[in-house]
Design a protein around this ligand. Structure first.
Ligand code: BJW
Ligand code: ZN
Length: 266
């Protein structure tokens, strides 16, 4: 059965969301696709043109740090020109509304945070600030010590003859993102799984749900008796476990899904 917008299950999913006491959102690259940020997999995905193992692994960085820096500079420049889309704003409104909502994102683009700050205005944005389980492309960290610093300017390193070094210990700096084979920050990961376990509903938006351990976050909700609603134009390994899989772009679906649930008393 389709509703007036033609998205099967939308009305039923909205009712499920309205009833949910605690919501965990797991977002992936698809949520930022309508902002112009490339996804990783699929027809237009980054991995079509770049080999993951040559760029997003610690081995790749050890082998050719300049190539990896240049790739991240290019992506930082591209993402730096992108703004949140209606999907980010809808999630920010939901999280700043009366419901208990936590946003867990695999995205490193900072667009959930930008939406949270914009929607909150003078109010506290923190309920809508995401847990960034794969780090941030706008931060760099030292390869040897605990030094970390925000970093937005994509051209600075490209124009320098030498790669950026840590001001504390002199070792190479690198993007503060999680590469394949690296462990996720245990505190961030624990918080993500705790919020999924406590949630009565997990909204899974724009992720292929292939990369572990993030892809298992919604399973913690299921294991505790909660349900999953998925928003994705295509099927994923989580589709069979979802109560509703809403097929389409999150920029169009999320605003309809959260409608009426974002104001106190809604
Ligand atoms: C839309 C849309 C629209 C389009 N609206 N939707 C075998 C089994 C299990 C695990 C492993 C295994 N072999 C290896 C592993 C471990 C590995 C892993 O999971 N590999 C799998 C690929 C098999 N995981 C790791 O290595 C992780 N660490 C770890 O496990 O540590 C423990 C350990 C240590 C040592 C040894 C072994 C284990 C770390 C994973 C780090 C992932 N890092 C990246 C790069 C981040 C930095 C950067 O940006 O450069 O994170 S990879 C990339 O994938 C990125 C993403 O966050 C992540 C997930 O991708 P996402 O978000 O799902 O995007 P896509 O592109 O895959 O999907 C987009 C979706 O959107 C699609 O479904 C579209 O349909 C949809 N879409 N338009 C809504 N408009
Ligand atoms: Zn250092």
């Amino acid at each position: 059965m389709s509703d007036s917008q033609g998205i099967e299950g939308l009305e039923e999913a909205r009712a499920l969301l309205a009833e949910a006491e605690r919501v965990c959102v797991l977002s992936g690259a698809g949520v930022s696709a309508e902002s112009g940020v490339p996804t990783f997999r699929g027809e237009d995905g980054l991995w079509k043109n770049y080999r993951a193992e040559e760029l997003a692994t610690p081995q790749a960085f050890r082998r050719d740090p300049r190539m990896v820096w240049e790739w991240y500079d290019w992506r930082r420049g591209k993402i730096g020109g992108c703004s949140p889309n209606p999907g980010h704003y809808a999630l920010a409104r939901l999280a700043l509304g009366p419901k208990s909502v936590s946003i867990v994102t695999q995205n490193v683009d900072g667009l959930h945070e930008a939406a949270a700050r914009e929607v909150a205005g003078a109010a506290d944005p923190s309920p809508a600030l995401p847990l960034e389980v794969h780090g941030s492309i706008f931060r760099v960290k030292c390869t040897a010590c605990t030094y970390k610093i925000p970093h937005r300017d994509p051209v600075r390193w490209e124009t320098e003859a030498v790669l950026p070094k840590c001001p504390v210990c002199g070792a190479l700096l690198r993007p503060d993102v999680v590469w394949f084979g690296e462990s996720l920050d245990p505190m961030v990961l624990t918080e993500a799984f705790d919020s999924a376990r406590n949630a009565t509903l997990c909204l899974v938006a724009g992720t292929s749900a292939l990369v572990q351990p993030a892809a298992s976050v919604p399973l913690a909700t299921l294991e505790n008796g909660g349900s999953i609603v998925e928003i994705n134009p295509t099927e994923t390994p989580l589709s069979g476990m979802a109560t509703f899989s809403l097929r389409g772009g999150s920029g169009a679906i999320l605003p309809q899904l959260v409608e009426g649930l974002t104001e106190a008393g809604g």
